[in-house]
Design a protein around this ligand. Structure first.
Ligand code: ADP
Ligand code: MG
Length: 703
């Protein structure tokens, strides 16, 4: 009998029925190298093999189904070479078309008329008729799949794999061999206490039941167990990285709250801090005083006052003799931070500079020199700040605003700038669903500003169709008559840029006609304008010289005009939820009632409708983020950059929050006692982690 470890590590070609050639296919097509990899190739769905549908019952909304019948006609399409095979499949209730585009040679040889088959696939609709594209088909007299238990796993296969005979059926067979040779006793990574406490099936049972479920309940428990393990290792990695960092990197110690901070706080703070701001500031202060390097994520909905928290943190650094920088994702935003921070600090005689791509060479030279000599303490900028030629004398704190636009890599590069890592404060107004935050930023500490400054009224959001445009214009006029300002935003999606610009300019013209000079004036800002032009136009709106700002999403982030009270979003159905929420956050920044109006055409997809409804129903960014995660899935939200982190086979970040919370608790218990995993009882965890690490690059070092 093989030892447990050897079993998992055994190269896949040694499995009965695989051999070198299929072994290669497994490696190339599925990244399956070992027995363990194949064990982790879970079915993507299960069907009840005892259930057959009648063809007449089928509709395109159904998931995978099974039907039994005969082929009455087979047709190969294409002139010289067959490009498609279609066949009519009938039972006693009706007929349906089956279509194949790939693996045609095999299909051609396999299918015959007047033999009874079982067909398995997903019905879809084509030209008003129901068909099944790429069904699995099998002679019903030889149907091996149907001998086992009624719940059968279906595995994803590729066309190439199919060409080597590795279809679902073959994989089921191989899984059966594999499970049969599974060692009787698999040492679990968790002890009996943990298994019991978290209702976890044993690992061996879980492997057996995920591939060949005894019944529904066993399948549920197996799924839970394997999800738990996956999420446990996600958490374990992050927590270990954090523990390692705490042990390895010293931080710059912020020991005093000094004169600069106190003077500003006592004499120049323009408003009382909210309790949430105070709490977060305290968290930051304590963190930076420990001698460890701070890595903190500051989440706070749009308008919650993150900038002030950043500024006060920066002042703490200055008092302790360090430099600080604030990095924003766009020039406009960097500029706005620069203006507001310079203004706030103007009575204090503290130099603040701005460094962006459009900083003039001469000016840049001076700034770079002042930074490297340490005279300049506060620098605000865009990613121009992380270029190599920017050298600090003693950088103590990096504040990154709206970090989701910066990659993990860039963060790492930044922090290693001068030997000892500076403290890092990452601010985001994009509420991140908790599971995602735990996955992407699980190695960061988090602070949340969960309170808006006093006196803010919740924004009223409505959805309007084109037919209501006149009423909307009337409403804009009435707000402008009260002295308020209005944003009108157009979507801009790169693929159809030309069209979008046409919409934008047409919209602009129409608005100029509805709101003519001299009574009204209208600004326009879009991505194709030169920075200086854009800036001037923004400034006209910020200073109240224009009533209406027609724009693309360049105004999405950070722009702050408290006097603006209406946000009209054109073709709102084309925006994602988080973008809509960001845009809406441009209004509601003053004390008066603000409005967000979502304009759409009549035709809306179900998903589009749900997005609009969500926006109308809630102002809560976290609720919106949860819906967004369910609609789009985690990959889309995180972007490709971080996809390496979220490498999950079975767990689902949108659905498995509860399991993740539990797994995190267990991971914390392990890491708190023994993050290096040196103790004997953690041997199996360590082994498994090593095997997982072999598979992928370790992201922990750069995050
Ligand atoms: P965000 O968190 O979106 O970056 P800002 O920092 O831009 O928010 O703050 C939004 C607005 O609220 C700014 O005009 C800021 O001056 C104001 N503000 C911040 N904190 C407070 C407070 N405690 N009381 C009143 N106004 C505040
Ligand atoms: Mg901000």
């Amino acid at each position: 009998m093989l030892q447990r470890r050897e079993f998992f590590d055994t190269p896949i070609e040694y499995l009965k029925g695989v051999g070198p050639q299929r072994g290669d296919v497994f490696k190339k097509e599925f990244s399956i190298f070992t027995f363990e990899d194949l064990l982790h190739h879970y079915p993507f769905r299960y069907i009840d093999r005892s259930k057959f549908y009648n063809i007449v019952e089928l509709n395109a909304e159904m998931p995978y189904i099974q039907i039994k019948g005969k082929l009455t006609r087979i047709h190969s399409h294409g002139d010289k070479r067959t490009t498609r095979i279609s066949a009519v499949f009938s039972d006693h209730t009706g007929s349906i078309e089956l279509v194949w585009f790939q693996g045609l040679k095999w299909i051609k040889n396999y299918i015959k008329t007047n033999v009874e088959y079982i067909v398995f696939g997903k019905p879809s609709s084509f030209n008003g008729k129901i068909n099944i594209v790429h069904p699995e088909i099998e002679e019903s007299s030889k149907a091996e799949l149907f001998n086992g238990p009624s719940l059968t796993g279906i595995y994803s296969v590729t066309e190439k794999a199919r060409a080597f005979g590795l279809d679902t059926k073959a994989i089921v067979k191989l899984q059966r061999h594999l499970i049969a040779s599974l060692p009787v006793f698999i040492q679990d990574i968790f002890n009996a206490d943990i298994l019991q406490k978290h209702t976890l099936m044993s690992l061996r049972e879980a492997y057996v039941n995920i591939h060949f479920p005894k019944d529904e309940l066993s399948l549920r428990l197996a799924t839970r167990r394997l999800k738990f393990d996956e999420l446990f290792f996600v958490q374990l990695r992050l927590l270990r990285a954090k523990a390692h960092r705490n042990e390895t990197y010293k931080g710059k110690v912020i020991s005093v709250i000094g004169e600069v901070f106190n003077t500003f706080f006592k004499n120049h703070l323009p408003f009382e801090l909210t309790n949430a701001q105070k709490r977060v500031l305290k968290e930051i202060r304590i963190d930076m005083g420990t001698g460890k390097q701070m890595n903190r994520l500051l989440q706070g909905d749009v308008g919650s006052g993150k900038t002030m928290v950043a500024l006060l943190s920066i002042l703490m650094l200055i008092d302790n003799g360090y430099q600080a920088c604030l990095m924003a994702p766009t020039e406009i935003l960097a500029n706005q931070h620069y203006i507001s921070i310079s203004e706030l600090l103007s009575p204090m005689n503290i130099q603040v500079e701005l460094l962006t791509g459009s900083t003039k060479t001469a000016k840049r030279k001076v700034i770079l020199q002042q930074l490297s000599e340490g005279h300049l303490k506060i620098i605000i900028g865009t990613h121009a700040l992380i270029e190599d030629r920017v050298q600090f004398s003693n950088l103590g704190l990096v504040v990154i605003d709206e970090q989701h636009r910066f990659g993990v890599q860039q963060r790492a590069k930044l922090w290693m700038k001068d030997g000892i890592a500076p403290h890092v404060l990452v601010m985001t107004a994009t509420p991140i669903p908790r599971t995602l935050a735990m996955t992407l930023y699980g190695d960061l500490d988090t602070s949340v500003i969960d309170e808006l400054p006093p006196g803010r009224k919740p924004i009223t959001t409505t959805h309007r169709f084109e037919s209501a445009r006149l009423a909307v214009i009337g409403f804009m006029k009435s707000e402008i008559a009260k002295g308020r300002q209005v944003y009108v935003v157009y979507p801009l999606i790169e693929e159809s840029e030309k069209l979008d610009y046409a919409n934008l300019f047409e919209g602009y013209e129409a608005i100029c006609q509805e709101f003519p000079l001299p009574q009204y004036s209208v600004s326009i800002v879009h991505g194709k304008m030169k920075p200086a032009e854009k800036e001037a136009e923004m400034q006209r709106f910020v200073s109240g010289k224009t009533n209406i700002m027609v724009a693309t999403t360049v105004i999405e982030v950070g722009v702050n005009v408290p006097n603006a009270s209406i946000m009209v979003i054109e073709s709102a159905e084309r925006f994602g939820l988080s973008q809509l929420h960001q845009l809406r956050g441009r209004v509601g920044r003053g004390a008066d009632q603000s409005y967000c109006i979502l304009m759409t055409g009549i035709k809306l997809s179900n998903e589009g409708r749900l997005r609009l409804k969500t926006m109308c129903d809630t102002n809560n960014g976290f609720e919106i983020a949860e819906v967004d995660l369910k609609l789009r899935g985690p990959g889309d939200i995180t972007g490709t950059q971080q996809s390496g982190i979220v490498d999950l086979h079975i767990a689902d970040l949108a659905k498995d929050r509860a399991i993740m919370e539990e797994a995190k608790v267990v991971a914390e218990e392990v890491v708190n006692k023994d993050y290096k995993l040196e103790e004997a009882r953690h041997l199996f965890i360590r082994e498994k982690l090593m095997r997982l690490d072999k598979e992928k690059t370790n992201f922990s070092r750069v995050s």
